[in-house]
Design a protein around this ligand. Structure first.
Ligand code: ZN
Length: 292
């Protein structure tokens, strides 16, 4: 396993981690400048942050600072209740692929969605298997487009607590079943994003990381699971502050040949987002060395 204790060459910052400072929104160009100042080599920005700053502007800044994108957040939210919903999701995901290409991202991360309308508080139906079928079909269609553009798609399984609204793919095994179905030849165009926050509890995790193998391990996200967790979405912990055995999981991934970035992705309304950008980034660097 790579030794992270003396440098942070393989640290990437998911820009949600520093999107708020003392509770107020930080523009992406400022985040990019801050990362460059801290010697951070890679980021993974969110589409809304890129849109607010302008795609061309962000592409220029990324290039000027020699940054890489460990991923682009995010595509997905595929399930639909009607024809118009299906078309809207398809078009939006194609735009996400285009943006990821413009930014030369390593992959487009997919949070696949689940019961249509649930995220807004009113699910159009309760048939999660229907949602899963729609997700598989939609990824299959997007794969044709993304494949032609050379942009790998990384399915991110989400913790089962999000099964109703954010993702009906909840384990690495499920995500890899979709990969096997849609890309049996393991072309490299379709794989998974392993986020320790979502998968750490899974008794099959080690075996499924081995099943994924190097060609399907496209991204590795880290943070920590706090006890207690105060908010299901926005109370993620800094690495080392919770109960996830992060180095063990990283070792499993690296045993398969994974050599990519370790991307810090922390949503934290009550704690980290109340602090300053420099303090958050300094802490990420320190914990990347000691707890990842
Ligand atoms: Zn993630």
């Amino acid at each position: 396993m790579r030794d992270f204790s003396t440098d942070h060459r393989w640290l990437s910052i998911n820009t949600a981690t520093v999107r708020r400072q003392h509770g107020t929104e930080v523009p992406l160009p400022e985040i990019i400048e801050a990362c460059a100042r801290h010697g951070i080599r890679a980021i993974s920005p969110w589409r809304d942050q890129v849109a607010a700053a302008g795609l061309d502007n962000v592409a220029r800044l990324v290039k000027a600072h020699g940054l890489e994108l460990s991923g682009y957040c995010r595509g997905g939210m595929f399930p639909y209740a009607d024809e118009a919903g299906m078309k809207a999701a398809r078009d939006d995901n194609r735009r996400a692929v285009d943006e990821a290409c413009a930014l030369k991202a390593a992959c487009l991360v997919l949070v696949v969605g689940s019961l249509p309308g649930a995220l807004a508080g009113k699910a159009a139906h309760k048939d999660i298997q229907l949602a899963r079928n729609q997700v598989t079909d939609a990824i299959g269609e997007l794969l044709d487009y993304a494949g032609s553009m050379g942009m790998p798609l990384a399915i991110e399984p989400l913790h089962p607590m999000y099964a109703a609204d954010r993702a009906c793919i909840n384990t690495l095994e499920q995500a890899l079943d979709v990969c096997d179905e849609l890309d049996p030849m393991r072309s490299g165009a379709l794989g998974v994003a392993v986020d320790v926050y979502h998968v750490w509890w899974d008794p099959k995790l080690k075996a499924q990381i081995a099943r994924a193998g190097k060609d399907r391990l496209l991204a590795f996200h880290v943070c920590d699971w706090l006890t207690p967790t105060a908010d299901l979405l926005n109370d993620r912990g800094m690495m080392g502050d919770g109960v996830i055995e992060i180095p063990k999981i990283r070792r499993w991934a690296e045993a398969q040949g994974f050599t990519g970035y370790s991307e810090v992705e922390i949503f934290s309304t009550g704690n980290w987002w109340q602090r300053g950008t420099d303090e958050i980034l300094s802490t990420c660097i320190e914990r990347h060395r000691s707890a990842v």
